[in-house]
Design a protein around this ligand. Structure first.
Ligand code: NAP
Length: 334
């Protein structure tokens, strides 16, 4: 009988998650009920939001409990369908995959993919959740004007690489913050005007000032932490900060986030800081996906993936992404 290797949460991580916070068990291949699909996983996505789901701290979505199956986005092939909208052999994307080789997913969460249009794993990256996040954070939340300086952290990552390219397409002035010189060099190939290595800059605020001589009009904050402080001290009048993510806090979820206080700057610059959640834009997803797909087809959106292979590597992929060891969208291929 075939087994179904599956990853479960062994304990809530203390500080930075480690691969041994998860345990691999051999389960049985489940049977789908009415309205469900049995899928064979082809690609699994590891994303920073999962750090919040494996913490007892309050979050915008319900978290996992110790002993629960790890969940995330994935792409798979339908082996059995108990829903009239899907057939055996369809390739589908859903955010309800388990970290396992075979998953039962609710059919209503699944989208059928067309491999002729784009490689199916792009539905987990530039044409999926990260791409949509970049689109809505930049165009609907920050709403930059032509020529404005748009500073983007985690710039080579899944969200950042798309945000920078949209900024270039729209005629803004994108500036990257990333963690290695290689990442900065690639960001420039994508169309970022320049970039700052936040791991080697001796004075981050000065580095931002040098790279953004006209100040920062828009800051797409994918990380929080010291990068956030450096951007805030360069914010222009009527500057807009979109807080998209706090991945820099992955190792201190259980401790207060200590940084500088920026209230004087916010007051003087009449700046706006806004939290962002992709779910709030669900009604506009189809429009954004169509525009992203069009740019992709025309060769205006490049994407870089960082791929590990095999079900065994899912926790390592997750941890290396949180530590910034990924170069591009972190995926696991099964
Ligand atoms: N609010 C929403 O709806 C929503 C949706 C999707 C994603 N997000 C957020 O968007 C952010 C980016 O997600 P992603 O999927 O695109 O991840 P990603 O950028 O592909 O990977 C995470 C990156 O974060 C950077 N990083 C890690 N620790 C850091 C630190 N201490 N200081 C600065 N940078 C650090 C690393 O890049 P470097 O090497 O460049 O440091 C790492 O590669 C995350 O915070 C995520 O939670 C939010």
């Amino acid at each position: 009988m075939k087994t179904n290797p599956s990853w479960f949460l062994r304990r809530f991580p203390s500080g930075m998650p480690r691969p041994d916070d998860f345990v691999l068990e051999q389960g049985r291949i489940p049977n789908p009920g009415p309205g469900e699909l049995l899928v064979k996983s082809l690609w699994l996505s590891v994303d920073p939001y999962m750090r919040g789901r494996i913490s007892p701290a309050k979050n915008y979505a319900a978290g996992l409990k110790v002993g629960d199956l790890m969940l995330g986005g994935g792409v798979g092939e339908v082996l059995r369908s108990e829903d009239p909208g899907f057939r055996t052999g369809d390739i589908v994307q859903s955010d309800c995959f388990g970290w396992q080789t075979h998953t039962v997913i609710p059919a209503k969460t699944a989208i059928i993919l067309d491999p002729e249009q784009a490689p199916v794993q792009t539905s987990l990256g530039c044409l999926g959740m990260p791409g949509l996040t970049a689109y809505f954070a930049l165009l609907r939340t920050a709403r930059p004007k032509l020529g404005e300086t748009v500073l983007i952290s985690a710039a080579s990552g899944a969200v950042g690489q798309i945000a920078g390219q949209i900024a270039r397409i729209k005629g803004y002035d994108p500036v990257a913050i990333a963690g290695t010189d290689e990442k900065i060099a690639w960001c420039k190939e994508l169309g970022y005007r320049t970039g700052i290595n936040h791991r080697t800059a001796s004075d981050l605020a000065a580095a931002v000032a040098e790279s953004c001589p006209n100040g920062v009009d828009v800051f797409i904050d994918n990380t929080a932490g010291p990068v956030h402080d450096a951007a805030m001290s360069n914010l222009n009048v009527f500057g807009r900060v979109v807080v998209v993510g706090t991945v820099a806090l992955a190792d201190r979820f259980d401790r207060p986030d200590i940084g500088l206080r920026h209230l004087r700057r916010i007051l003087i610059q009449r700046a706006r800081i806004e939290g962002f959640l992709l779910d709030d834009f669900a009604s506009e997803n189809a429009i954004a996906k169509a525009e992203l797909s069009e740019w992709y087809k025309r060769g205006l959106l490049q994407t870089r993936e960082d791929i590990l292979d095999g079900i065994e590597s899912v926790p390592s992929a997750f941890v290396r992404m949180l530590k910034g060891e990924n170069f591009g969208k972190q995926l696991v291929r099964l």
